[in-house]
Design a protein around this ligand. Structure first.
Ligand code: URP
Ligand code: ZN
Ligand code: ZN
Ligand code: ZN
Length: 497
């Protein structure tokens, strides 16, 4: 029967412990976890001897079929979620991005229609806020109360399209606080990026390397700091998407130590490769790595970001999967500012984290689960429905073979894109079977997805957890009152009119 499966002899790994057990999923929900569950007549049985059972991966950051920079990203909700499950990810959160002046609800409906007809696994939607008005404020409330959205993203970059000002961001964050939604930011100083781009083009640097040179690490670190401080002015948690530099991670870490509630999301690209590829002599190769914020050329960056993740100073790993083929990247063949920004990741994320985290001795199995699934579920308020293997949780389970290897390649990947930024990387530790709501969708290197079968997962707003954050600043709060004092009654100079 659909949605019913028995997994025998695996090692269940949650983010707090691991143990050997059988797992029974019935009608899409985990029904029983114990040793020696007897298979009932006709039930499908999967043998997981010597393998791990991890909660289905959660990719917190995708852009499937995104209209962007004059074109549309090629991994749509169908191919994109096929690639996801082939790599052990069973839940993705995509971004609705309304244009300036567009109704948020209209954009949301559009994205939901696109997704519903195509998704092969469950999904949710974040909503980007690209402008500010009374209408936006009202629509944010409707999205939170009636549409299952609890996260809103501001872009501090992309001047003249998605970028918002600090003033707009302040109002958006304040609204997030009132609604119990989490504020997210793409943190780069958009004005300085814009000036940097002009400077590079003036110098005759028109190739992909101009991308990183025009938006160095300091612009990411500065915007990260500014976003955190603005969020702290309204005492609301803030989530920094795609943390790509040591400088930005340092900023996050510093504020966390002071008690600010800030989350940081590294992505597969930043943990798996370095940005020196943008200097490659083959233009298409170099252009493939162009995304914002740039993947940094310093090869230490990916190691340091993994160290932060291991220490819990960064939280959950996304991908920012936003792919473009050669002829799309070529829109910027004479001007790097016109190269559509974005890279792949949704398929390879879990194996990259396993390879560079667990196999390098930096992450335990439990920490791997935390970083690829559980923590995302907690932050975005779908835990423990997602992010855990336990009775009553969704039957999204991955059979993880820690001894099996593969070499990542565009020739074997499940993306629509014609390039893979992880090309040639050998990973040991892969998803051999992926189960979505109790159904096998990936096994023995074969997909068996049902297009459109994924469900939208509404995410409720946060309650009291958001209150009391103001307590952090007790001294300032005590000063925060009107002083009863004797008014000045001396002379005042006359100003010339
Ligand atoms: O380069 C990127 N990251 N493209 C997707 C849009 C975004 O900024 O996340
Ligand atoms: Zn971004
Ligand atoms: Zn390269
Ligand atoms: Zn993105």
């Amino acid at each position: 029967t659909k949605g019913t499966i028995l997994i025998k002899n695996g090692t269940v790994v949650n983010d707090d412990r691991h143990f050997k057990s059988d797992v029974l999923v019935e009608n899409g929900i985990i029904k029983e976890i114990s040793k020696n569950i007897e298979p009932k007549d006709g039930i499908q049985v999967v043998d997981a001897t010597d393998k791990l059972l991890v909660p289905g991966g959660i990719d917190t950051h995708t852009h499937f079929q995104l209209p962007f920079m004059g074109t549309v990203s090629v991994d749509d909700f169908d191919i994109g979620t096929q690639a996801a499950v082939a790599g052990g990810t069973t839940f993705i959160i995509d971004f609705v991005i309304p244009t300036r002046g567009q109704s948020l609800l209209e954009a949301y409906d559009q994205w939901k229609r696109w997704a519903d007809e195509k998704v092969n696994c469950d999904y949710s939607l974040h909503v980007a806020i690209t402008w500010w008005s009374e209408q936006v404020s009202k629509e944010m409330e409707i999205l939170v109360k009636e549409r299952g959205v609890n996260s809103f993203k501001c872009f501090m970059a992309y001047k003249n399209s998605f970028m918002v000002t600090d003033e707009e961001m302040y109002h958006i964050f304040k609204r997030c606080k009132e609604l119990g939604a989490i504020a997210q930011v793409h943190a780069e100083n958009g004005d300085m990026v814009f000036e940097g781009q002009k400077k590079m083009l003036d110098m005759g640097i028109t190739g992909p390397e101009g991308h990183e040179l025009s938006r160095p690490e300091a612009l990411e670190a500065e915007a990260t700091n500014r976003a955190i401080i603005i969020a702290d002015r309204v005492s609301t948690p803030v989530y920094i998407v795609h943390v790509q530099s040591i400088g930005a991670a340092d900023v996050i870490c510093k504020h966390r130590k002071e008690g600010v509630r800030v989350y940081g999301e590294p992505i597969a690209a930043g943990l798996g490769v370095d940005g020196s590829h943008m200097w490659n002599h083959d233009w298409r190769h170099a252009a493939a790595f162009v995304m914002g914020p740039p993947i940094r050329p310093d090869p230490r960056t990916k190691e340091v970001l993994m160290d932060y993740l291991a220490r819990g100073d960064l939280d959950c790993v996304g991908t920012d999967n936003c792919t473009f083929c050669a002829e799309q990247k070529a829109l910027g063949k004479d001007d790097f500012t016109k190269i559509p920004n974005g890279v792949n990741g949704v398929e390879d994320r879990m194996s990259i984290v396993w390879e560079n985290g667990v196999n390098k001795g930096k992450l335990t199995w439990c920490q791997f689960v935390r970083a690829t699934s559980s923590e995302a579920a907690r932050i975005f308020n779908v835990y423990p429905r997602k992010g855990r293997i336990d009775i009553g949780c969704d039957g999204d389970i991955v059979v993880w073979d820690l001894n099996q290897s593969k070499t990542i390649s565009k020739d074997t990947h499940h993306h629509a894109v014609d390039f893979n930024i992880f090309e040639g990387i050998k990973v040991t530790g892969i998803a051999t079977t992926t189960i979505v709501a109790g159904n096998i969708v990936w096994s023995n290197n074969k997909l068996s997805c049902v297009k459109g079968s994924g469900q939208f997962v509404p995410r409720p707003p946060f309650g009291p957890v958001f209150d009391g954050i103001e307590q952090r600043d007790i001294v300032r709060n005590e000063l925060l009152r009107k002083v009863d004092r004797k008014p000045y009654d001396g002379p005042v100079i006359q100003l010339n009119k």
